[in-house]
Design a protein around this ligand. Structure first.
Ligand code: GLV
Length: 332
């Protein structure tokens, strides 16, 4: 029997591609070209599976044009690039890579929040420009992290891991807003308190965004929300571009409405709103929150496990470990 064909849409660890070749005819992308939609559709012709990343948009049009596709396995925990209902309607299994990146992403989110609060990159730029000529009592003065109020919008796995760092490592008071409240047994060890969104905005000294992107969370932080935050507060986004209205944020930073922002994700990335690039009080990183070597390997391996299982191979044949549309299993 011939092996199913799959597309690995971006460059990925060669050993992961080699493992996929044990099960599939693999078209990979070692030059790491980002395919336009027509190119993606063309490459997906005759393919049963796709190993994707956030740069490939798998929407209803792509699915309709690729009727042989049976599995889309995204190497990311976020899957806003995949139209899940459209996949389900066509019987296409969709998977993501949760859990394996939780702690690494939380490390980065916390680091970005600290760098933002303590003005690490801003002061480094000053030093590199040769402007450091003397000590001054108020040089790069900023808010404390320890003992401050950590506000978390979106209290899933990564939000909880950030809360743990803040509460247990830095003595922070943790407040959060999420659609569903955590069970008391999960709140208690963190001293975490569920609050409504307005309270979160009003009380947080450091607000960290860790919620998934969807039509509902589009511009969850815009001018009106920024106006409710404390003037000395910081905002950190390690979730997705589009959750923050970047133009409104740039304006709020310019006006001193909030003290500073740390951003790993942007609307329309890899483009960055030009006003953000001009501002001193914003720490900018290129969507790298999960980028430790061990975690990126684990993500790639999990996406491969998902693809292998979704296409009926390996020890979990038919039952991918992180299936997003398990209703497809019930339908079999
Ligand atoms: C990264 O942004 C991810 O969703 O894994």
């Amino acid at each position: 029997m011939s092996k199913p064909s799959v597309l690995v849409a971006r460059a990925v660890f060669p050993e992961v591609v080699a493992r996929l070749r044990e099960h599939f005819e693999v078209e990979d992308n070692p030059t790491d070209t980002i395919y336009s939609k027509p190119q993606l559709i063309e490459r997906l012709q005759g393919k049963a599976g796709a190993f994707t990343t956030g740069s490939e948009r798998i929407d209803a049009e792509v699915l309709a044009a690729c009727p042989q596709l049976r599995a889309v396995c995204n190497m990311a925990v976020g899957f806003n690039n995949v139209d899940l209902p459209a996949c389900t309607a066509r019987g296409v299994m969709a998977t993501n890579t949760p859990d394996v990146l939780t702690e690494t992403t939380a490390d980065f989110g916390f680091a970005l929040m600290m760098a933002t609060a303590r003005r690490i990159t801003e002061s480094e730029r000053f030093l590199r420009r040769g402007e450091w000529t003397r000590w001054a009592y108020d040089m790069f003065i900023g808010p404390d992290v320890h003992g401050a109020t950590l506000g978390i919008l979106g209290m899933g796995r990564i939000g909880q891991a950030i809360a743990r760092r803040g509460a247990l490592g830095f003595g922070m008071k943790v407040i959060y807003h999420n659609r569903s409240r955590l069970p008391a047994g999960q709140e208690a060890p963190l001293g975490a308190r569920w609050v409504d969104k307005a309270t979160l905005l009003r009380e947080a000294d450091h607000l960290v965004l860790v919620l998934p992107y969807s039509a509902e969370s589009h511009h969850a932080i815009g001018a009106a929300e920024l106006a409710q935050m404390k003037p000395g507060a910081t905002l950190t986004n390690v979730a997705r571009g589009g959750i923050v209205d970047d133009a409104a944020l740039a304006q709020a930073l310019r006006d001193g409405r909030i003290a500073a922002a740390g951003l790993d994700v942007f609307e329309g990335e890899p483009s960055v709103h030009p006003a953000l690039l001009e501002l001193p009080n914003v720490v900018l990183t290129p969507h790298i929150a999960s980028a430790s070597l061990a975690t990126r390997r684990a993500m790639a391996e999990l996406a491969a496990d998902n693809l292998i299982a979704a296409l009926g191979c390996g020890p979990r044949a038919g039952r991918p470990p992180s299936l997003l549309n398990p209703e497809l299993l019930a339908a079999r």
